[in-house]
Design a protein around this ligand. Structure first.
Ligand SMILES: C[S@@+](CC[C@H](N)C(=O)[O-])C[C@H]1O[C@@H](n2cnc3c(N)ncnc32)[C@H](O)[C@@H]1O
Length: 259
């Protein structure tokens, strides 16, 4: 996967992400930290692929002693306010010594790697434990389908990095059996992988539209439209979701907890 494409997309989307997807990812980040295989209170925590720092903030709220947020995209990290410490870094080549952290959190980022094993090995090197999440592949919700249909009408095509992610990293980490094998191959010995459904906190059509339109594979496309058209797309998206009678969104995810 082109790291440059991923970084550019997340950098360009950072504000839209913070105003949209962040709501849902914050709920998922809390669920992730609650599943940590070691006590979080008093721990040193590294949140890799931290984005706007939702899991990092959840670790702070759980009384972690020190939390570092690492991400490829400096634009996303700008939303990680103190006391979080933000470090721009590739999660497959982290600038930390062996055993620097009690816990590594990896929320929805291993799917962005062609070889998730590389990220898991690096987490194993710098941390004593990991808790990681991924979406179950091919999950759907009426709000997602409604926005995908609307975007197609506008001539949107998914960027190459996103199409690649769907074909490489996501199927590996979204599959409980493969994720278990990967974590074991990375050197974790006590590995637990489970499927869970987490209420997303996205209740209204407005929140659900902001979620879909703020994703990094979509927001850069919307930025190519003029402001009036963009506003019209947001309105149309809310209408499409209302018409789809989407209802609340429960996210089906795969959770890995390992030491
Ligand atoms: C789906 S977002 C999730 C962000 C955050 N963890 C959350 O749950 O909201 C994926 C994040 O992984 C980051 N990312 C992707 N590949 C990465 C890599 N090789 N190294 C570090 N970060 C990466 C992206 O920049 C993005 O911020």
């Amino acid at each position: 996967m082109t790291i440059r494409g991923v970084r550019a997309a997340y950098d360009a989307s950072a504000d839209a992400w913070a105003a949209g997807p962040d709501v849902m990812y914050a709920e998922l980040g809390r669920a992730l930290v609650a599943s940590a295989p070691v006590p979080v209170a008093g721990a040193s925590v590294l949140d890799v692929g931290a984005g706007t720092g939702v899991a990092a903030r959840a670790a702070l709220a759980a009384d972690a002693r020190l939390v570092v947020a690492a991400d490829l995209a400096p634009g996303m990290l700008r939303h990680c306010a103190a006391p979080l410490r933000a470090v721009a870094a590739d999660l497959t080549a982290l600038p930390f010594r062996d055993g620097s952290f009690d816990l590594v959190t990896a929320a929805f980022c291993l799917s962005h790697l062609d070889r998730p094993l590389d990220g898991l090995r690096e987490a194993r090197r710098v941390g004593a434990a990991i808790v990681a999440s991924a979406f179950q592949p091919d999950w759907d919700h009426p709000a997602k389908s409604a926005i995908d249909a609307l975007l197609r009408q506008l001539g949107y095509e998914p960027p190459a990095w996103y199409a690649e992610l769907k074909g490489t990293g996501e199927p590996q980490v979204g599959d409980p059996r493969q994720l278990t094998e990967l974590a074991t191959a990375a050197g974790f010995t006590d590995v637990d992988v489970r499927l869970v459904a987490v209420p997303s906190g996205l209740a209204t059509p407005r929140q659900q539209a902001a979620w879909r339109l703020g994703m990094a594979h979509v927001a850069p496309f919307l930025q190519t439209l003029d402001e009036a058209t963009r506003a019209a797309v947001h309105q149309e998206a809310e209408l499409a979701i209302s018409r789809a009678d989407a209802g609340p969104l429960i996210a089906p995810i795969v959770l890995l907890a390992a030491t």
